[in-house]
Write a protein that binds this ligand. Sequence first.
Ligand code: ADP
Ligand code: MG
Length: 314
Amino acid sequence: MEPINETLKRVIKSPDFSTRYESVRNEIIEDPSVQKFISENDQQITKSVVDRGLIKLYEFSGQKQDCHDCPSVRECKNMMKGFIPKLVLTRGMIDLDYVQCSQKLVEDKRNLVSKMISSMHMPKDVLKARLEDVDFDEDGRIIAGVAANKFINAIRETGEVPAKGLYLFGKFGVGKSYLLGAIANELASMHIQTVLVYVPEFLKEMKNSIQDQTVHEKVDYVKKAPVLMLDDIGAETMSPWTRDEILGTIFHYRMAENLPTFITSNLDFKELEAHLATTAKGDQDSVKAGRIMERIVSTTVPIKLTGKNRRINQ
Ligand code: ADP
Ligand code: MG
């Protein structure tokens, strides 16, 4: 049997192959990006360097090298999605490096930011809120905006997350939850993780989790959040168990660990205390309610949001 390299030699020497090889070679070399690379390195790139590196040049010119008009990494046609080839010279030989494309860098950054927010039962519009879109047109909202900025700036200046959050209260529809979402997004852009919880649904979920024994795990996740946002506290039907074992545990942990909690409610402190003291069955326990309230009061700055009900105009 003829050795394989003899066969190759014969094929390469055949006029048909040589013509095709020449035409492919010319096509590759005429690629403007290849031309640019060759002229930038003309001291080192001889004809034989080009010939030996032709496969690399071929791989390079067959792929996209910039992706400004590329809609997303998912639709990337390159060999490695999200990576563009870059020609380099390694010890006198043409070689390829694969580098992340600008689209991939943008998408990775966006994904990292969205991973910074975990939400439980929160409406989608709240999660899209941005501080720059919040109109601070009413007094209460201006005060809330100043307080939110103070919290954020403290992190920028000291690198540490303040232990005190905000207690935003006011009527239905004034924009309390929206403001929470906007703060969470700002924190996410600074890579600070926030867990946003819609309290009435979360407490319902906790009751249902008793059966599958996931209560402990879920409470643990919430109580340990670097920043916790509890939306709409006071709108739930409270039982002694949800009050003491769920909320009580969460507040106790956060206070002990100096972790900030943001809260929104339709109720002011006094009204919330009364709400916590009364359970669904009508039982009163002002001692336990008082204990939770003490923790909320000492770990949040209360701010009343005023203004029109924004939901009416929708
Ligand atoms: P609350 O939590 O006080 O009941 P929301 O935060 O749910 O009120 O706000 C009610 C509606 O108004 C939402 O649909 C929200 O998208 C919109 N909204 C609230 N505040 C603002 C704001 N400052 N700028 C723009 N839209 C807002
Ligand atoms: Mg709300």
